[in-house]
Structure formats: C-alpha cells, structure tokens
Design a protein around this ligand. Sequence first.
Ligand SMILES: [Zn+2]
Ligand SMILES: [Zn+2]
Length: 256
Amino acid sequence: MDVKLLPSSFPAPGEQRCHYLITYLINQTVAIDAGCLGYYGVPADQARVRHVFVSHSHSDHTASLPVFLENAFEARSDCVVVHGGPAVLESLQRDLFNDRIWPDFIALSKTDPPFIKLDTLVSGRVVEVEGLRITPIEVNHTVPTHGFLIEDDHSGVLIASDTGPTDELWRVANAAAHLDAVFLEAAFPNEMQDLATLSKHLTPAEFAGEIQKMQRPVKIFAVHLKARFRDKIKAELDALRLHDLAIGEFDHTYSF
Ligand SMILES: [Zn+2]
Ligand SMILES: [Zn+2]
C-alpha cells in the first residue's frame, strides 16, 4: 500500500514543509481528507481519486473539497464518492455546498451528471473500495471525528486524524490482522497542554501515552504539528526517544 501525505506549503529550498492542510493519498485513488486534495497535481491526477473519506468538518481537512470536485468532474455516473459520518455530511451540505461558499454540488448531482455521491459512515463498519478495507473509528475531538484503519491483503495503516487521548482506536489497531504504520497527531508543545486539552489535540507528552496503548511494533509518524510550534514539538518528540518514530514527511510516498 502506498501512502502519500500531500503537501500544502511551498517553502524556499532547504526549509521544512509545514503541515498546514491535511490529505493522505492511498494508492493514488483514495483520499483521506481533502484539506489540500484540490491543489494536487493536474486535474487528471485528481480525477483518479474516486473516494474521499472525510474525518471531520474542520477546514484544514475539508478546505479544498469544492475545488477537488470541480477538477475531478468527468460527467460520468460513477462520480466521486465522499464518505463521512452524519455530522460531516450535514456540515458539508450546510456550511460548504450551500450556494454561498460554493454551489450546491449535492443538489446539482440529483439532476445533472453528478459531481458527488455521499456515503454515510458508521463507526466500526468496514467500507470496501479500490481493493482496500477502510474501518472508521470514532476518536476524541471537538466535533464528531473518525480515525481510519486502512487495510489490504498484506498491509495495514492507521490514520488517527485529530484527536485527544482515546481508546477505541487502539483497541481496533491492536486487533488488526496487519498493521505497519500509525500516523498520529502532535499538534501543540507540552507547555500548551491547556489549549491542547480544550481543542482535543495531543501534546508530545500525551502522544507518548497514546503510543503506549499499542501492543505491537509499528512505524510511528507524527503529523499535524502546528506550523508555528513545529521546532518545539519536534524537539519534544525527539526527547521521547521512541523507537521507530519519525515526523511524517509531506510530498513523500511511503510504501508498506
Ligand atoms: Zn480538527
Ligand atoms: Zn486538523
């Protein structure tokens, strides 16, 4: 399985990319979140993506969904399917495709060649697409949010999305047939624990606690480091001396 973290910052040569917006591309055909999916490649690259799983409604995970749907539109009946929990789909309808922020692609799809088909995710119920089995797992964030276990016949990856300390995610991860890597957020430095708690994100100290819930050896990638605090968060993650921990590199394809 190939996992690519799409880039959303364009630094000067030699400078680090920042984690501004979130999209993971799986095998070039399935996206987890659409923060920067609409800014990826050329329209033909985007049209290859037939399924988008939206973890939650926050705009760093949804910002480019309208642009993506426009770029991926091929006037075919088998249009892009957007998968999300009930709260996500309701927010997309009310807050994004509302004929103010963007044309109501959901209504337009009922009469004309469709832009978008919606699929309601149920926590714990597996969705099979493009040779992948994707399990949405409820995590602990300020709005209803799913993490995702993504499996094929010989590999597995866990994308935790945005979450504070959580348990069900790790129960599912520990029971998975294959698990090669975990992408876990570390959004705020330890000194900002109050804000992390309020906004239901993790600090490096909490990150270490979450990783201890894993009962199997896997590669761990820290992601979603708030750009303004990146160096501090990275130093605190390094100090954990966790085996197999790396900062998730954007615009890089990981193969499992
Ligand atoms: Zn969020
Ligand atoms: Zn986020």
